[in-house]
Design a protein around this ligand. Sequence first.
Ligand code: B12
Length: 304
Amino acid sequence: MTETPEEIVTVSDAAEMLGVSVSSVKRWVDGGVLPAVKTSGGHRRLRVSDIMSLARSGVTGGLNIDFFRKRRVSPLPLPEPAAVYSELLNLVKERKPEELAIGLDRARQAGLELHIMGDEVIFPLMDEVGKLWQEKKLDVADEHLATRAIHNTLARWKESALQASPKSGRLAVGACPQGDYSGLGNFLVELSLLERGWKVLNLGPNTPMDSLAMVAREQHADLVWLTCTFVESEDSFVTDLKALHQKLMSHGTALFLGGRALQGPLRRKLTFDWQGDTLAQLDRALADRFPAPRETENRETSKA
Ligand code: B12
């Protein structure tokens, strides 16, 4: 059999394509994460295109490449991030926040991974919105509407990630430092972790580093991350960060830093275990330092 993207397959075929157990596929179907229809006999059937979209979203850990090599399935064309960006920017300019949210969902469902949505669509989109606002070509109302539409969309993606992701047994605690009220970058980091199966406690904007350290210690966090978009006082930031890093090191907790405020001379004064600028870099660092535990249950089919 050679599957085309519109081909309908059984749950066990889907499990084989994804290299996961049959029960994982059933759970994703029943949780509404993976669309399926039921036959008159009550059996679930899935479209190959939906299976490939889920795999591309990063939720499943990817596709079982051997299966696809054997069956020679051609991948669906992915939307071009630059084209998605232009389309969404027009919707911001036309003040259509609901269509903006729908456009984000559509790009995601078509298979653009979270790190591409964050780094290559949402980041440049908001960068341009900021510039247009400075040039007085957009009102601050448009910046607020766009931020809220994106935030609400990320909240929906979070619900799906919470239902879908197999739990890795790891915990991350994160925040933005004191005086930093930004939201989207931090939310994207939270989602990246959730989609890798992490449990996450995101303390959000304006969080004192002492409180972050306290929660991390109490909850035995594996990782603490800080998203830094705006640094109020560089001197106290550097001092507080050093103290935070020392406390975390004594408990074996890794400290990851990111966000656009950490540029220039400030960057050289920072203490951390890892620092990055993009979600793609974060994904690679998480995969390197915290390799995913392999699913043990019923994997025999993927070995064939
Ligand atoms: C929306 C916005 C706001 C909103 C935020 C609303 C909200 N709830 O989020 C409001 C109105 C509150 C705001 C206020 C201010 N803002 Co403002 N704002 C922006 C704007 C237009 C978009 C920010 C955004 O959401 N971007 C989209 C997200 C997804 O991008 P991101 O956070 O950078 O995250 C990406 C990466 O950085 C990375 N990343 C982020 N975190 C992490 C963490 C890790 C671990 C890793 C690996 C990666 C990573 O991944 C993401 C995807 O690529 C930017 C313009 C711009 N060029 O970004 C200015 C901008 C951030 N603001 C700026 C400034 C100066 C301010 C104010 C000081 C203005 C003022 N004078 O009051 C205040 C500061 C308020 C405060 N104390 O926090 C500057 C910051 C300058 C800097 N630090 O370099 C910017 C860059 C504008 C500019 N060009 O000058 N702002």
